[in-house]
Design a protein around this ligand. Structure first.
Ligand code: DAH
Length: 361
């Protein structure tokens, strides 16, 4: 074997052994670089005799050309292999589910969820939403709602009073959402069909009472609205809210200064299974709301003529119906801001409750 043959074999082996583009480049430099083994051989041609050059020229140039071709071929091979490795490593399975974004991981508080559900149900029945201030005057919270001065019903509300102002008037934290009835009548002509969700405050605190809680009020005023209409609206609401095909409701006579007649509503339920309440079946009753025909004095306070207009109203505890629907036993946990509780009882932010898409799923 000639020396050139040996050189070719060793370069060929080095090319075959090169496992990446960096290694093949090192082989190229070692053979064809300025001081490479083949380049050094090419330089020797100049010093040869013409006869020698004639025989060695093609040998060395032939070697150079074969090595050049082999290097290019191996380089292409390694490049393809590198791409194949990257493709395998960086493969994306586009059929996998989308990773939850941080916004998706947050949770909607059950109170907000239930308010959205209430809005969806009453929105579908043609109601709009109304709101009013949490800090109210005694006039809107009591007087305009037909609570006479010194009437014992005022004490029953366990009101939070602010310090008196310069005129001796004391603002209150509203004890119910009913003042928004008056504020709405003052600014809106009948027919009025509104629901009023919001925060309410009373000095009361235990497992089922919180000093800050939530109510939703309803008000319908037109020329003919009557008790039968009211019963239908409340029944439709209860069926839709509790997501049951039928509910039995019991209307009991009651007293509220702002309605006449006044009624309290119980719904039939089954409490035989511990820790669970089912609606639309069973032999128990549970009180869920107060309602009645709007008192003529309340219509007058709202600037409406009771000989022309009439209507009905109701008020309901949001926290209470949320606890009933979603089986949350302790109201205090609602306001603890404990993310573990929220992760368990909260709702996915993009699942807006609608009647066609489902309220709670
Ligand atoms: N405001 C009452 C309360 O806080 C609830 C209520 C009862 C509201 C009867 C009404 C109603 O509109 O007609 O206990």
């Amino acid at each position: 074997m000639t020396e050139i043959d040996q050189l070719e074999r060793s370069i060929t082996e080095a090319i075959a052994a090169a496992s990446d583009e960096q290694a093949i480049e090192a082989v190229r430099v070692a053979a064809l670089g300025k001081k490479g083994t083949i380049s050094e051989r090419l330089k020797t041609l100049g010093a040869m005799s013409p006869e020698e050059r004639q025989s060695m020229g093609p040998v060395i140039n032939g070697l150079k050309n074969r090595v050049t071709d082999a290097l290019a071929a191996r380089k292409a091979e390694l490049k393809d292999a590198a791409i194949a490795v990257r493709l395998a490593a960086e493969k994306v399975d586009v059929t996998l589910p989308v990773r939850q974004s941080p916004a998706e991981r947050g949770r909607i508080h059950p109170i907000s969820q239930v308010i959205d559900e209430i809005a969806a149900i009453f929105g579908d029945l043609g109601f709009s939403i109304a709101e009013g201030p949490d800090v109210e005057t005694d006039y809107y919270n009591f007087t305009a709602l037909n609570f006479p001065e010194g009437h014992p019903a005022r004490e029953m509300h366990d009101t939070f009073f602010f310090n008196p102002d310069a005129n001796g008037d004391r603002k209150v934290l509203r004890t119910h959402t009913s003042p928004v009835q008056i504020r709405t009548m003052e600014t809106q002509k009948p027919p009025i069909r509104i629901v009023i969700p919001g925060k309410t405050y009373r000095q009361d605190s235990d497992a089922t009472h919180s000093p800050m809680f939530h109510q939703v009020e309803g008000l319908v005023i037109d020329k003919t609205a009557n008790v039968a209409n009211m019963k239908w609206v409340l029944e439709e609401f209860c069926k839709a809210f509790f997501e049951v095909p039928s509910v039995k409701m019991r209307f009991r006579p009651s007293f509220f200064p702002f309605t006449e007649p006044s009624l309290e509503v119980d719904i039939q339920c089954d409490r035989s299974r511990p820790g669970e309440v089912r609606f639309g079946e069973g032999s128990d009753w549970m009180e869920i709301l107060g309602c009645g025909m709007v008192h003529p004095n309340v219509l007058r306070a709202g600037g409406l003529d009771p000989d022309e207009y009439q209507g009905f109203a109701w008020g309901m505890g949001i926290d209470r119906i949320a606890m009933l629907k979603y089986g949350m036993p302790d109201l205090r946990a609602f306001f603890d801001a404990d993310v573990r509780w929220l992760a368990h009882y909260g709702f996915r932010p993009l699942d807006m409750p609608t009647l066609f898409g489902g309220l709670s799923n």
